[in-house]
Ligand binder design. Structure first.
Ligand SMILES: *[C@@H]1O[C@H](CO)[C@@H](O)[C@H](O)[C@H]1NC(C)=O
Ligand SMILES: *[C@@H]1O[C@H](CO)[C@@H](O)[C@H](O)[C@H]1NC(C)=O
Ligand SMILES: *[C@@H]1O[C@H](CO)[C@@H](O)[C@H](O)[C@H]1NC(C)=O
Ligand SMILES: *[C@@H]1O[C@H](CO)[C@@H](O)[C@H](O)[C@H]1NC(C)=O
Ligand SMILES: *[C@@H]1O[C@H](CO)[C@@H](O)[C@H](O)[C@H]1NC(C)=O
Length: 876
């Protein structure tokens, strides 16, 4: 829930932010051994049998194992069932989300655990499961006496979180007494017929004693706005609602201190961007104490922060405020993390500040050094607050703010600091309830579209300048190009002739250069697609439908992508795509012809690609199979397009969703990369820290783990494309045996074992020259390596594929000469395999590390700084 994060369009402020963030990413390093090892660690992959390994390398046990098989409490013959999700989430991992346990009646998991405090984590993927419709998933979840979820409508919750493809994650803390067992019960709603309960994954993890629970009465903490104090008793349960690394990047569960907690970025919760002060200190040796041991929070949290800045006049004029939507009617437990690491803050009273929680003063004179005992010593402070409003079933904002000290106390710097925030909901002592109301169905208001400004597009303005300056022949050509464009626009005006068109609003979008991107009226779009007729749909996706359309009196066929106005994400991607595509022109990229933003519509218009997607020429199709050379040429074209994205502009652009359905083929079978909705502009070969987006099976595992995006993530996805082209099978096929589900993993195994010949497309057998096949497989294998630094650049890939094609052509020619009439059949290359830890070793691979020092590579990979520089092209 709290880690789905929608990036607003780029603004200069954001660029500043990314710049700073990038520095943070580079500087902060991770400790490899965890400060805490849980006693109990149960990872249950529900609806599955056998063990499976998730992206983070943890092993999940299938709940069909006898030990964990849930107990049925059913008298009416509704045993629970295991099901595979009918749809795959583009963003979620296979484990544990691909399978679920589902039941129309109550079922209970009974966990034998040690006594003590535990995390309970629930993982849901609210898809439909064969005969179970996602809208009917309505149920309650109890853990012992605690109601965790009540009448929980999983699909509604996921939709309200913004992205229907998203998964739901919930984390709770409970205390287990001696001789108690931990029972978790799922009960379908008794009031709605056909309702069912389901669960995809369950995690039980011990936590250090009294990490969040209060050990003794004398360690009670302050109840904001009340004179009495507060404590978290063993008899209560907690639900984590927010866990934030202030001023730094998000921290993935594997980077936590052994408890696998996820820490999110704070920028989406900031009430407003005033100024950006993001200090960090990557060199300081943090001194943990008995009171604040190293497992409390990852070092990242204490090495990054937000402050107000150095101008005390400005600081006194505002509070730095975060707003967190929470359920009304509960007490909340808030933990604030601090660490003074700036060298000038050494003593108590150097920096005193004020803390406000829920608009009330929590600290009048917060003094981190006074609390912690020194610079570089982490400390946290706990608070409780009650949030009760009249509207019990609505979310309300819980504000947390820091502000400068107005010199009522002595302070050297009128500034404030915050490093981390954790917010927990406390179970209602009267009924042991933690469940909030279901979200309201989303009201759909058509978003107002602000198109990105193009004024920063230096390429365009430079081009214009050259046009103006150049005379003679060039000038003439330029003039005729403009003439053509104006002619097109003029023709459009004349054609639409009706009074209707004249009234079409030319909205704010006019900041887009018309010569780069044509504006269509909604009426034109409706005419072109027969009012968005179903018959004309040529593609569907989470964002909306793609139609085939005829414009300009049927003279031009276009592909018309109408974004679903309900998806907030769509709006952002719409803007990104226009912004990116209007700047990009390349024979191997789909060209954006224009757009339509009338009446809140978000429509993108592209060249129509007669031959559809590459995917539809590979498998599950009536199309004739592509021959080997054609496949090579298509792959080369796509590689060329991606290489242009990575290197053709001032800043590299990372596509983020490379797959065979995003490689389109025009009437001459020229490959064109499409769909830039997820693209991100990188900065100078450095990693970008983002929420993981992409498509199952194509998603770079390293990116998924570290959430740091580089061009090498595209290289990984492209490697999967190469394997898909070679094997003509789905990249994720859960109908196969489990070890074969994921094509990239399976192919890697086959390459190791030398059994690749067995899984290639039977149609290709005997048609590939062994020398060519070998080069191709080497490229594919090198692309899907675990670590980005071991993968080649897109340029290397492109050149190797060209080389492979050349080898094939030469072999074909030789074959032709020796046997002019007969069929050309090559002997099978069944046994090719990449020897040991072979690197991408060839004369073109100068950029790729040729190091044998595996340990050193691992080490550098684990530290942000070295990873950056090694990952970049500058290393030879
Ligand atoms: C599955 O994993 C568990 C715990 O890691 C282990 O005890 C068990 O033997 C494994 N089962 C199989 C079939 O590999
Ligand atoms: C709560 O339970 C834990 C272990 O279950 C125990 O160590 C702790 O002392 C208990 N706290 C109180 C206040 O009884
Ligand atoms: C858990 O369930 C088992 C079996 O139904 C039952 O014997 C036990 O009392 C339950 N424990 C708790 C704490 O509810
Ligand atoms: C900061 O917030 C508190 C509590 O909401 C408020 O009383 C105070 O006036 C604010 N200070 C400034 C400078 O806005
Ligand atoms: C609480 O503070 C926030 C942020 O300063 C402000 O927007 C909100 O109106 C305040 N609420 C109340 C009830 O004063």
């Amino acid at each position: 829930m709290w880690n789905s994060f929608l990036l607003p369009p780029f603004t200069p402020l954001y660029l500043v932010f990314f710049f700073l963030l990038h520095h943070l990413i580079c500087m902060v390093s991770v400790k490899s051994s965890s400060p805490y090892t849980p006693i109990d660690q149960i990872l249950l992959n529900c609806g599955s049998s056998g063990n499976s390994t998730a992206l983070d390398n943890r092993t999940w046990i299938g709940d069909a194992n006898l030990k964990f098989l849930p107990l049925e409490q059913s008298l009416n013959n509704h045993p629970s069932l295991t099901r595979i999700a009918a749809r795959q989430s583009p963003t979620a991992a296979l484990v544990p989300f691909a399978t679920a346990r589902i039941s129309l009646s109550t079922f209970t998991y009974d966990f034998p655990v040690t006594a003590g405090q535990k995390f309970i984590r629930l993982y849901f993927f609210p898809a439909s499961y064969s005969d179970f419709d996602r809208s009917k998933a309505l149920f309650s979840v109890k853990a012992g006496p605690f109601t965790l979820l009540s009448n929980f409508n999983a699909s509604l919750t996921a939709d309200a979180d913004g992205d229907p493809g998203d998964t739901i994650f919930r984390e709770y803390c409970v205390n287990i007494e001696e001789d108690q067992r931990l029972n978790i019960t799922f009960t379908p709603s008794p009031t709605v017929s056909d309702s069912y309960a389901f669960i995809n994954g369950l995690e039980i993890l011990s936590m250090p004693p009294n990490l969040y629970y209060t050990p003794e009465d004398d360690q009670r903490f302050s109840f904001v706005g009340q004179s009495n104090s507060y404590s978290i008793k063993n008899s209560t349960a907690l639900e984590t609602v927010y866990r934030i690394n202030v001023g730094g990047r998000s921290i993935s569960p594997t980077e936590d201190t052994g408890m696998f907690r996820a820490w999110s970025q704070d920028d989406k919760y900031l009430k407003e961007y005033r100024v950006l002060f993001l200090p960090f200190n990557d060199t300081i040796n943090l001194r943990f104490t008995k009171l604040v041991p190293a497992y409390v929070a990852p070092e990242y949290v204490y090495r990054t922060a937000r402050t107000l800045g150095s101008d005390s006049d400005i600081n006194l004029s505002y509070n730095l405020t975060w707003e967190f939507p929470v359920d009304s009617g509960f007490y909340y437990f808030i933990r604030l993390h601090f660490c003074e690491f700036q060298p000038e803050i050494l003593q108590a009273s150097n920096r005193r500040f004020r803390i406000f929680i829920a608009n009330q003063t929590a600290e009048d004179s917060a003094d981190v050094i006074h609390w912690s005992g020194g610079n570089g010593v982490p400390v946290y402070k706990d608070y409780a607050v009650s949030i009760f409003t009249k509207e019990r079933d609505k979310k309300v904002n819980l504000y947390i703010a820091i502000g400068a000290e107005p010199q009522r106390w002595k302070t050297n710097y009128q500034d404030a600091i915050m490093n981390g925030i954790e917010i927990f909901k406390v179970s209602d002592p009267s009924n042991c309830n933690l469940a909030g109301p279901n979200p309201d169905p989303i009201l759909v208001t058509p978003p107002t579209i602000e198109l990105p400004r193009q004024s920063t597009n230096s390429k365009n303005s430079r081009r214009t300048t050259i046009f103006v300056a150049a005379g003679g022949v060039t000038g003439l050509i330029v003039a005729s190009i403009f003439g053509f464009l104006i002619f097109r626009t003029g023709k459009k005006d004349k054609n639409s002739g009706s009074a209707d068109f004249g009234k079409t609003k030319r909205s704010k979008a006019s900041s887009l250069p018309e010569e780069l991107c044509r504006h269509f009226s909604l009426q034109e779009m409706k005419t072109a697609t027969h009012n968005f007729h179903e018959e004309l749909i040529i593609g569907e996706g989470g964002f909306g439908n793609v139609y085939k359309g005829l414009v300009d009196e049927g003279t031009e066929t276009l592909a018309i992508k109408r974004l679903n106005p309900e998806s907030k994400q769509g709006l952002h991607e719409f803007l990104t795509e226009i912004e990116m595509l209007s700047q990009l022109r390349h024979v191997h990229l789909v060209s954006l012809i224009g757009y339509c933003d009338d009446d809140g519509e978000m429509i993108l218009v592209y060249d129509y690609m007669t031959n559809g997607t590459l995917r539809h020429h590979l498998y599950d199709t009536n199309n004739a199979p592509l021959d080997w050379k054609q496949r090579l040429e298509i792959c080369i074209g796509a590689a060329c397009g991606l290489n242009y994205l990575h290197t053709g502009m001032e800043k590299p652009i990372i596509h983020r969703d490379v797959k065979t359905t995003n490689i389109l083929l025009d009437s001459k079978w020229v490959a064109k990369v499409s769909d830039f909705g997820l693209s991100k502009e990188g900065r100078d070969n450095t990693a970008i820290n983002t929420v993981v987006k992409g498509t199952w099976g194509y998603l770079d595992p390293e990116y998924a783990r570290r959430q740091q995006l580089t061009e090498k993530s595209d290289v990984y996805s492209f490697g999967v494309v190469l394997l898909e082209v070679l094997c003509a099978r789905k990249v994720v096929n859960i109908k196969l045996q489990e070890e074969q589900w994921n094509l990239a993993n399976w192919a890697r195994k086959c390459i190791e074992n030398g059994s690749m010949g067995e899984i290639i497309d039977p149609y290709l057998k005997g048609k590939m020259a062994p020398v060519c096949f070998k080069v191709y497989l080497e490229v594919a294998e090198s692309c899907v390596r675990e670590q980005g630094i071991q993968r080649p650049t897109m340029k290397d890939v492109m050149e190797r594929l060209v080389f492979a094609l050349q080898l094939q052509t030469e072999a074909d020619d030789r074959m032709e000469k020796t046997n002019p009439d007969g069929k050309h059949t090559y002997t099978e290359v069944l046994s090719f395999h990449v020897a040991g830890d072979a690197r991408f070793n060839n004369d073109l691979s100068g950029h790729v590390m040729e190091s044998d020092s595996g340990t050193e590579l691992t080490w550098t990979h684990d530290t942000g700084l070295s990873y950056q520089s090694l990952g970049s092209d500058s290393v030879n």
